[in-house]
Design a protein around this ligand. Sequence first.
Ligand code: HEM
Length: 226
Amino acid sequence: MWSVRRLLKAAVFAACLVPALRMTAGAVSLPGFSLGADPVAALLHGCGRWALNFLMITLCMTPLKELSGSMLPLRLRRMFGLFAFFYATLHLTVYIVLDQSGNVGAVWRDIVKRPYITIGMLALILLIPLALTSTARSMRRLGRRWTSLHRLVYAIAILGVWHFWWQVKRDIREPFLYACGLAVLLGYRLWKQRAAAVRISAARLAGIDAASAADPRSFASRCTGP
Ligand code: HEM
């Protein structure tokens, strides 16, 4: 019998697959599904968009866990991160196979000469070690280095939004919205880090050990007493 948590994970997994399934249905012209006049562009943009969406969703999980007190967002974070990698890989495959008709030389020239593609490629390359070390075993094996390595996701998200911004011709409204969302998600982390640093220096002044200061709740109890 599957636990509720497992059922929920399976449902979230299925939901994450829906964009790819819809694009596939459109690509094979299933009734009710269409990719419009330029199917290759629709697939390229669709996969790129969902790669960026899942990067943003992944970055929402830690604040969500802290604000809700529930561990569920952290349990789903790895799945969302791997879906960002999945859609970015699909995006690159569509670009190489369909958009550039498998012409590796042309792809290489684009990567070297078109800056927005250069940073898209850099974002994808940086995603590879994160995907490869997303297993629980890697987390145990790498310990603190795992946390430092996975902070790369911040740079990858910045590169993804920049890639999107640079490839739009005129209308920057959508990349701007993504940039604002990313600024809030990264700003929250900077604020939290700053608050922890202030607490630790205040603790030092008050002779409270740094470990208690790191956790806002135990710091408050140490300051105000039991
Ligand atoms: C993590 C990596 C990547 C992310 C998050 C990403 C994301 C995106 C996004 C959001 C778009 C715009 C979609 C839209 O207009 O709705 C896009 C377009 C595009 N991306 Fe990427 N991308 C990534 C990597 C790459 C790579 C590696 C390449 C090629 C080597 C690439 C080539 C393109 C191209 C050619 C377009 C369409 C540009 C146009 O229509 O003029 N992207 N990508």
